[in-house]
Design a protein around this ligand. Structure first.
Ligand code: FE
Ligand code: FE
Ligand code: ZN
Ligand code: FE
Length: 170
């Protein structure tokens, strides 16, 4: 039982809508957080990666609006408590003082937590959409899932090739 209200999960359709509302909220929060992450990053390569993922995130918001439309629902958010917490952790890094490369490594660690959370969310939602035979929605959710995976992979590459070696000499 939730603190303020409980969700009625009486069908897979209802669960699917609930999940999409959660991801929609999470993505909206990220469109506000990613510019701050880009601002906080020191390495140009990392700044650019956050900027690029901001543009992808705006597309992901648009895809979710298309999913709502495909299932005959109005776009609606349900507070994503997990994303609130992950963004709070990112803000702790933004407020941190210290070495630029170490701070960048910490920004990447925070951002990869976000990407993995999103991958889990899109993976479940995509699988529910497929089971419900919402094939166009399945395709849209798979596209965003693939983008989150690519963003995560890119952050790993930046960390391993550039940021972590510099951070290790701080
Ligand atoms: Fe996203
Ligand atoms: Fe959530
Ligand atoms: Zn998300
Ligand atoms: Fe993402």
């Amino acid at each position: 039982m939730g603190l303020f209200s409980s969700t009625n999960l009486n069908s897979l359709d209802a669960l699917f809508v609930d999940q999409i509302q959660d991801i929609y909220d999470a993505e909206m929060r990220l469109t506000k957080a990613l510019p701050k992450m880009a601002e906080a990053a020191s390495a140009t390569q990392l700044k650019n990666a956050f900027q690029q993922h901001l543009e992808e995130t705006k597309q992901q918001v648009h895809r979710l609006e298309q999913v709502f439309e495909l299932i005959g629902e109005k776009p609606k958010t349900k507070p994503c408590e997990a994303m609130k917490g992950l963004i709070t952790e990112g803000e702790e890094v933004m407020d941190a003082t210290g070495d630029d490369a170490v701070r960048d490594a910490a920004l990447i660690a925070a951002a990869q937590r976000v990407e993995h959370y999103e991958m889990a969310a899109y993976g479940s939602a995509r699988t529910f959409a497929l089971r419900l035979a919402h094939l166009d929605a399945t395709e849209l959710l798979q596209q965003s899932l693939d983008e989150e995976g690519a963003a995560d992979h890119k952050l790993t590459q930046i960390a391993e090739s550039a940021i972590n070696p510099r951070a290790a000499t701080a």
